[in-house]
Design a protein around this ligand. Structure first.
Ligand SMILES: [Zn+2]
Length: 101
């Protein structure tokens, strides 16, 4: 949780989207999901070209998906910082140029 974060973002797997829980009935007439608890399946909801897609997951995949989602957040944060400092640099450059001219 200190300086290592940015190196994680470079080397780790990145996943974009959000973790959701799908609830469903399995169809067995004798199952408790008929009138009670429905089955919960973890899934990743993500969008590609404006379309939402769902990838169902195994519970055992959830921890690594969470890490990859966090890696993505960190990477986006880093990019955002760099983009803003790029704007700052360009702003200074333009101000200087205006003063000279
Ligand atoms: Zn069921």
């Amino acid at each position: 949780m200190r300086k290592q974060q940015s190196s994680i973002s470079v080397s780790g797997i990145l996943i974009r989207g959000s973790l959701i829980t799908l609830k469903r009935k399995c169809g067995k007439p004798t199952c408790s999901c008929v009138d009670g608890e429905m089955h919960a399946t973890p899934a990743l909801s993500y969008s590609v070209k404006g379309k939402t897609r769902i990838l169902t997951l195994r519970s055992s995949d959830v921890p690594s998906i969470k890490r990859a989602l966090e890696n993505y957040r960190i990477a986006v944060g880093e990019l955002e910082k760099r983009a803003l400092s790029g704007i700052r640099l360009m702003t200074l450059h333009i101000i200087k140029a205006k003063k000279k001219g």
